[in-house]
Design a protein around this ligand. Structure first.
Ligand SMILES: NC(=O)c1ccc[n+]([C@@H]2O[C@H](COP(=O)([O-])OP(=O)(O)OC[C@H]3O[C@@H](n4cnc5c(N)ncnc54)[C@H](O)[C@@H]3O)[C@@H](O)[C@H]2O)c1
Length: 435
């Protein structure tokens, strides 16, 4: 296995991450034309696409399995992760999958360390980006610059600078006609597509309010090992650190906010006002994130979105999205619409509808037909809605869309290396701006 782990680590600096000047973009656009052709040429040669996995955790492994299942003329060719053990675990799972015979990742194409992503991108036609969210802007930019087919997990950024970086990458992908599929998976579930299409076509009349809830229990924690640096500890337990996950409103509740934004035809809300804090998950091992948020989003047309999310053990759990309109109520999560006139609709089809498979099926179908999918617009807007709400809760202020979009605040470390990394204290609303 080729690994930087345990050796002098390759350092990625903040400057590398933030390099998105117009000059760099223009150069990338020119260089990318050739790179795009390379990927298409691979498909044209023997049609066999070389797939690469960047971020070999639970979701990355699942998405790669879906990718292999989506197109039988593919091979899993390279894998990258910060940690070799995560590659080993993922590889073992994929070697037991239905596509085991197409898992051909030699030792020399297993890359570990902060620069693993680039090595995977360099030798593959299509990549799955599924690391911890904070790194997605950097990885997405590299994949777009290299002209690869991309499956990009959510969230795509955790702060304003990251979101702006991703917006530019999506624009560049569009310019280069790349296939860029987002991991906001509900958008690829046929049941949700039909339900939301009906809402958008007026099934509940004019929308008055949207209530979106993601109240779950606690999540995993991997503990701490004596030989781990603080950076390794934080990345292994990334959920609990704002600079890595964006907090759980960005990491998990983004799915709810994505449905809300979809219902609203991806129209940005004017502003968000929120409250939140940590009342259950107060131990230091839970880093610096909140354990609950409540947010009110306001749109120009008067619609209000009420959003609630929490991660509390031993408390009632619920995941649902209700859309209240002048003519009825739609329950998006259970695919039901009840009209005030007594009409009722419910999705009844027994057709197979695995959203995780559907999204990769769509990606390879587009690749094979020479079509373009670019989910960049909603991928960014739903993500920014979540960041905006977090900024409002942390600061105790109302935050506008533009304030969130233009925010310069970031907690991304100055230097990426397996050493020390600072942890900002848990935010106290009213005490600082946080946007
Ligand atoms: N769409 C969905 O329903 C869904 C479900 C689960 C997770 N996710 C998303 O998928 C992503 C991964 O989540 P997960 O549950 O697989 O987490 P995980 O911790 O199981 O996996 C993340 C992996 O990324 C690796 N990693 C972190 N930083 C890296 C870097 N800079 N370079 C290379 N590798 C790096 C980690 O070592 C780890 O192996 C997250 O963004 C998460 O929000 C999406």
């Amino acid at each position: 296995m080729s690994t930087e782990n345990g050796r002098a680590p390759h350092e990625t600096t903040r400057r590398d991450f933030m390099r998105f000047s117009s000059a760099a973009l223009a150069a990338a656009a020119l260089a990318g034309t050739a790179a795009t052709k390379t990927a298409h040429a691979a498909a044209a040669n023997d049609g066999k696409l070389r797939l690469g996995l960047i971020g070999c955790g639970g979701r990355g492994t699942g998405a790669m399995r879906n990718a292999l299942m989506a197109d039988s003329n593919t091979i899993l060719f390279a894998m990258g992760d910060l940690f070799p053990d995560m590659i080993d675990e993922s590889l073992a799972k994929l070697k037991k999958s239905e596509a085991a015979d197409r898992v051909v990742v030699d030792d020399k194409r297993q890359f570990a360390g902060f620069d693993a992503y680039q090595k995977v991108i360099d030798c593959c036609d299509m990549v799955v980006l599924a690391t911890t969210p904070a790194f997605r802007p950097l990885h997405l930019r590299a994949a777009v610059e290299a002209g690869k087919y991309i499956f990009c997990e959510k969230p795509v950024a955790v702060d304003g600078p990251g979101i702006r970086h991703v917006i530019e990458s999506c624009a560049l992908a569009k310019k280069k006609d790349l296939v860029l599929v987002s991991g906001l998976c509900y958008r690829y579930e046929n049941k949700k597509r039909e339900t939301i299409k009906r809402i958008q076509e007026g099934a509940v009349g004019d929308i008055l309010t949207i209530e979106t809830v993601y109240n779950t229990s606690g999540l995993w924690h991997k503990g701490r090992k004596d030989n781990w640096s603080e950076m390794e500890y934080q990345v292994r337990n990334w959920l609990y650190f704002d600079w890595l996950s964006g907090d759980h409103i960005v990491e998990q509740h983004i799915h709810s906010l994505d449905k809300m934004m979809w219902v609203m035809k991806d129209t940005p809300p004017l502003k968000a006002t929120a409250s939140g804090g940590r009342t259950v998950r107060t131990d230091a091992k839970y880093g610096n994130i909140f354990d609950h948020f409540n947010t009110v989003f306001e749109w120009e047309n008067g619609v209000r979105g009420f959003s609630s999310c929490r991660q509390w053990e031993n408390a009632v759990t619920a995941v649902y999205d209700n859309v209240y309109g002048t003519k009825g109520l739609a329950k998006v999560q259970t695919h039901e619409i009840a009209g005030r006139d007594g009409s009722n609709w419910k999705w009844e089809s027994a057709e197979k509808d695995d959203m995780y498979q559907n999204e990769l099926d769509a990606l390879f179908s587009a690749v094979r037909k020479g079509e373009v999918i670019n989910n960049g617009d909603y991928m960014v807007k739903s993500n920014l809605a979540a960041i905006m709400a977090r900024m409002a809760a942390y600061s105790g202020q109302s935050v506008t869309w533009d304030q969130a979009l233009n925010s310069e605040l970031t907690y991304f470390p100055e230097k990426l290396e397996m050493g020390d990394v600072a942890t900002r204290p848990v935010p106290v609303p009213g005490a600082a701006k946080y946007f």
